[in-house]
Each structure stands twice: as structure tokens, then as C-alpha cells.
Design a protein around this ligand. Structure first.
Ligand SMILES: Nc1nc2c(ncn2[C@@H]2O[C@H](COP(=O)(O)OP(=O)(O)OP(=O)(O)O)[C@@H](O)[C@H]2O)c(=O)[nH]1
Ligand SMILES: [Mg+2]
Length: 192
């Protein structure tokens, strides 16, 4: 299904995070995991959010209005080793400031690579969300990069891990479009 989406604003300082009157769903995950690609695929617009081969580029929070009723939030990625410590601190300040005071935030989609599942930084984020009572959906992307057998195994591991931690999970690919319908259904359920 086609969606209408447009850029609303970007924020790079905690004190300057704008508020919007729509329910909000945020996309978080490691640098380069595919947050911007997924967001673009979900709305069917290739160039809405910037996709980059260089990890750690986007240091700001970007807000997009979808179908005039829902805000998608592209959070800056974490876990990129070559980012200086000062930038890591700024990331933490910015993202935590966003997450803890966000009235209309309905859920955070924590995006992981299906080939790697939860790494240390992802687990920290998931625990932070749980501690702050923010609903979380675990989405494993780049499913297209796995062959059939490896993929079945990875999805089983993803399900096990999600049920152990008590949240919902699904696998998808921004490349092939797999999983987009299921993801949209979850987003609708979380944001309505
Ligand atoms: N094969 C495959 N490649 C993908 C998929 N999703 C993203 N990529 C590629 O992964 C790279 C990073 O994608 P981005 O969408 O920019 O990742 P990001 O998480 O937004 O990265 P930051 O903004 O740096 O945090 C790009 O080269 C994408 O083309 C996918 O589902 N399958
Ligand atoms: Mg991005």
C-alpha cells in the first residue's frame, strides 16, 4: 500500500526536540543496521530518510509525518566503534532526552541484524526501554542476506530471545520488502 510521508524536522540538541500532535513510533538500532532503509521501505519512498554506507553519519533525530496521522522517528545509530567518545556521550544525552520525556511515543522499534540478533548495545537499549516502561518491538532486518536454512535458525533464535524477554519480534528485509505487512500491522496496533 502506498503511503504519504514527508520530513518534518531534525533535532541535534536535547533542548531543541520539537513536539508534534501525532502518535509516534521511533526506530532505534546500531549504526548501519538499516533504520533509514526500513523507514523508507515502510512508506514506499526510496529517498525519504538518508541511507548511507558509512556508519555513524547521522547524529540527529529526524521526524517524518506519515499519512498525516503518525510520526516516524529515525534515531541516530549507536555502537559504531570509530565514533569519538564525546560523540557517544552526545548520542546518549540526545536519545535519552527524547525517550524519557516523550508523551506521544507509542513504541520503539529496536532494529537488529538477523545475522547477529541482540548485541551488547542493543541489550542496553532494550533494558533502558523496559526500565522506562516504553513498549518495544524487536525487528530483525537484512533477512535477505541469509540462505533458507540459516534463516530458519536465526528466526527461531529471534523468537526464543524475544519470548524470554517478553516482547514481540519479527524478521524482515528492507531490500526484499519481506515482513512489511506484518510490521505495519504491529505499528498500527501499537499506535492506535
Ligand atoms: N541487503 C540488505 N541491505 C540493507 C537492508 N537494510 C539496509 N541495508 C543496507 O545497509 C546500509 C545501511 O543502511 P541505513 O538504512 O543507512 O542504516 P541506518 O541504520 O539508518 O544507519 P545510520 O543512520 O548510520 O545509523 C545501506 O548500505 C543499506 O543499503 C536490508 O534489509 N538488506
Ligand atoms: Mg540512518
Amino acid at each position: 500500500m502506498a503511503h504519504n510521508a514527508r520530513f518534518l524536522a531534525g533535532a541535534s540538541q536535547p533542548a531543541r526536540i520539537p513536539a508534534f500532535p501525532y502518535p509516534e513510533v521511533a526506530f532505534a538500532g546500531r549504526s548501519n543496521v538499516g533504520k533509514s532503509s526500513l523507514l523508507n521501505r515502510l512508506v514506499g519512498q526510496r529517498r525519504l530518510a538518508r541511507v548511507s554506507k558509512t556508519p555513524g553519519r547521522t547524529q540527529q533525530i529526524n521526524f517524518f509525518l506519515v499519512d498525516e496521522r503518525l510520526t516516524f522517528v529515525d534515531l541516530p545509530g549507536y555502537g559504531f566503534a570509530r565514533v569519538p567518545l564525546r560523540v557517544k556521550d552526545e548520542w546518549k544525552r540526545l536519545v535519552e532526552a527524547y525517550l524519557v520525556e516523550r508523551r506521544r511515543l507509542r513504541a520503539v522499534i529496536v532494529l537488529v541484524d538477523l545475522r547477529r540478533l541482540l548485541e551488547d548495545d542493543d541489550a542496553l537499549l532494550v533494558d533502558f526501554l523496559a526500565a522506562n516502561h516504553i513498549p518495544c518491538l524487536l525487528v530483525a532486518t537484512k533477512a535477505d542476506k541469509l540462505a533458507y536454512g540459516a534463516r530458519l535458525q536465526a528466526v527461531a533464535a529471534l523468537d526464543a530471545l524475544a519470548s524470554k524477554r517478553g516482547f514481540d519480534a519479527l524478521a524482515c528485509s528492507a531490500e526484499s520488502g519481506e515482513g512489511m505487512d506484518r510490521l505495519w500491522k504491529k505499528i498500527e496496533a501499537l499506535s492506535s
